[in-house]
Design a protein around this ligand. Structure first.
Ligand code: C5P
Length: 349
């Protein structure tokens, strides 16, 4: 049974996440399509967001240790040099770096709502990996809500007036649909796997109920590889441009806002994964589809608001509430599920 403060934390994370996701997507889309003499290099933004996350987590650790530099340094040292644990974060970190870079490609080629809707595939991948890696059993109404959600997001996607021909400008704006969609598909797979893998590490530790390293340490362990992989990706894709124009070429206030939102958003996601449900996290971003679609329509002039969109949005909201509903399943089932999780974790060692 969750305490009131745990419930408040869970709900606050989900609400915060909805707003962060919405603003990040809109700003990313705007920044990739705005007419400026020079665009910033996305790989540098991903790298800097990773650096900011590590610095923030070190500060959090310092606060957790009662502002004691020695204690904090010792905890940090032990956390990082626990190589067995640290190396476990290589996989999600590499996947998140790839995913974060792919999402910039996606948003350079898809309008914000299309991107958001297709990226909801991550809810399905998360559910499937939760079942596979955590032994989680979804209740019937939760599977039903997943299907409802998929129908809702697909509906949002279908334009009302299909006879309306696409203007040259909008066709150009659409960019390479295929490249954008492929990026989203790979990112969805990565999001599902990395999220569940991280959840396993922060909720169950590595010894099936033994000690679980605290979240700030886990984030620092992951952040170290995030910075490393981010640097490799940046040099691999943009080495010559950086040599010519510097790392911060094309940066403006919007770029820095995106970096800050990505860093802060990543940390909120980590807290959400730890204290809320990983799948529910996906649903919170479904709400952001509706918000970002409305903003896209009113601010970016990027979307046709259709009846399908309204019906789809309604389904998404219903699915979200339905998923979170507590039906009176027998308690025995809950216990068995919990045991199943521990058993699977123990077996995996
Ligand atoms: O779309 P999705 O929910 O998978 O996005 C996860 C995001 O959260 C990624 O940008 C990832 O870098 C970030 N993250 C993080 N720290 C964690 C877990 C995720 O920064 N511990």
């Amino acid at each position: 049974m969750l305490s009131v403060s745990e419930r408040t934390l869970k709900l606050s994370c989900l609400v915060l996440l909805t707003f962060i996701t919405t603003s990040t997507v809109l700003l990313m889309r705007y920044s990739r399509t705005e007419k400026v003499p020079q665009h910033y290099l996305p790989s540098t933004a991903v790298f800097l967001a990773e650096v900011i996350k590590v610095i923030t987590c070190v500060c959090v650790l310092y606060i957790e240790e009662g502002y004691d530099v020695e204690e904090a340094s010792a905890t940090l040292y032990h956390g990082i040099t626990d190589w067995n644990e640290t190396f476990k974060l290589i996989i999600p970190s590499a996947m998140y770096t790839l995913q974060n870079n792919l999402l910039f490609i996606a948003l350079s080629n898809l309008d914000a709502p299309t991107y958001q809707v297709t990226y909801q595939l991550k809810i399905l991948t998360t559910a499937i990996f939760s079942v596979m890696l955590l032994g989680r059993k979804l209740k019937t109404h939760q599977w039903v809500s997943l299907v409802l959600l998929m129908i809702g997001v697909a509906l949002v996607q279908i334009p009302n007036d299909s006879s309306k021909s696409e203007t040259h400008e909008s066709a150009k704006k659409r960019g390479s649909l295929f490249l954008g969609l492929m990026s989203v598909f790979i990112a969805s797979f990565s999001s599902g796997f990395a999220g569940v893998y991280f959840e396993r590490l922060v909720k169950f530790g590595s010894h099936g109920g033994g000690s679980v390293p605290r979240l700030s340490i886990r984030n620092i362990q992951m952040g170290i590889f995030g910075v490393l992989f981010g640097a490799i990706a940046m040099l691999y894709s943009d080495y010559y441009s950086i040599r010519q124009g510097g790392m911060l070429q094309g940066y403006n206030l919007i770029t820095w806002s995106i970096i800050a939102l990505q860093a802060f958003g990543g940390l909120v996601i980590a807290v959400t994964i730890k204290y809320a449900d990983n799948i529910l996290k996906g649903f919170s971003t479904s709400f952001s589809i509706i918000l970002s679609s409305l903003c896209s329509y009113f601010l970016l002039n990027d979307l046709d608001l259709s009846n399908n969109f309204i019906l789809g949005s309604f389904l998404v909201i219903c699915a979200t509430f339905f998923y979170g509903c507590k039906f009176n399943y027998p308690e025995k089932e809950e216990v068995l599920q919990q045991k199943g999780m521990e058993l699977n974790w123990g077996d995996a060692r």
